[in-house]
Write a new protein. Structure first.
Ligand code: ATP
Ligand code: MG
Length: 273
């Protein structure tokens, strides 16, 4: 079966892409899915947050697999894949990826090298989540070119309408030119402060502005220091603070993602009327 590939993207920094990638991924694994997390950020934050605190010392990373694709060399089964204790696999990244981004300029099919990597290594998974870097450069275009859907974490109080427009423009351009099947999985409000009504206002603002064009997840991710603690711990929010509100929210988000997927599959198999 073909995996469902979701890119987590927003060119704005610090909105919860990496945290959501790790915890939605581990949530899906807990729901019985086979999950690969792909670090597509030279900062290696996802790699670090899953416990590999020195990504620059890793012998094989995403960069090596992209190089192999560019050089038309085969990728060995399991090459570069790390296994996390909470039952997700990880394709790690480190700073070498930033040099790779620069050198892609002269490569044939430079927008689809990541898609080719995932085609080779991804077939055994149900879900692949790609953690994008905070930019709309070539690596993000590669992630969007490889993905079925893009999940956009947005920090409600810092929502930038212009920033969102730019991202949506990039998505529609990738859809037109490279990946016609790309859909917007949804906007996810993160770090929501429950003491204010701001999140609801923002949510209705986005609804009003973008209408039916964009789905907004029913689940919001609340702000909590417990969530901020996990990036240094190498484990998920479910392991760190299982009874907390952020763990509950990520469980809920996981279910929402699964429900949406089931609905799409159902629509696909509906007889044409
Ligand atoms: P970047 O653009 O740098 O890749 P990002 O979008 O991946 O950032 P994260 O790294 O996931 O964002 O989160 C940014 C910071 O906010 C981190 O320090 C993280 O621990 C913290 N954080 C994430 N989610 C929450 C939350 N629900 N409550 C409080 N802090 C959070
Ligand atoms: Mg990140």
């Amino acid at each position: 079966m073909k995996p469902t590939i979701i890119a987590l993207s927003n060119q704005k920094g610090g909105v919860g892409k990496t945290t959501t990638c790790a915890n939605l991924g581990i949530g899906l694994a807990q729901a019985g899915k086979k999950v690969l997390l792909v670090d597509c950020d030279p900062q290696g934050s996802l790699t670090i947050s899953l416990g590999y605190s020195q990504p620059d010392n890793l012998p094989v990373t995403i960069t090596d697999l992209i190089k192999k694709v560019i050089m038309d060399k085969p990728i060995q089964a399991g090459e570069g894949i790390l296994h996390h204790a909470e039952c997700v696999d990880l394709l790690p990244a480190n700073i070498e990826l930033s040099g790779m981004e620069a050198s892609l300029v002269n490569v044939m099919s430079r927008e689809t090298v990541l898609r080719q990597v995932l085609n080779e290594i991804g077939q055994q998974y149900d879900h692949i989540l790609i953690d994008c870097m905070p930019s709309l450069g070539m690596l993000t275009v590669n992630a969007l070119a490889a993905a079925d859907g893009v999940l956009i974490p947005v920090q409600a109080q810092y929502l930038s309408a212009k920033g969102l427009e730019q991202l949506l423009y990039t998505v529609s351009k990738v859809r037109r030119q490279i990946n016609p099947g790309l859909r917007i999985e949804g906007i996810l409000l993160t770090m929501v402060d429950s003491r204010t009504n701001y999140a609801k206002e923002i949510s209705s603002l986005i609804h009003d502005t973008y209408g039916d064009k964009i789905k907004i997840f029913h689940t919001d991710i609340p702000h909590s220091v417990r969530a901020a603690e996990i990036s240094a711990e190498g484990k998920s929010i479910y392991a760190h603070d299982p009874k907390g509100k952020v763990a509950a929210a990520y469980r809920e988000l996981t279910q929402e993602v699964i429900r949406n997927e089931k609905q799409r599959q159902k629509h696909k198999s509906d007889p044409i009327r």
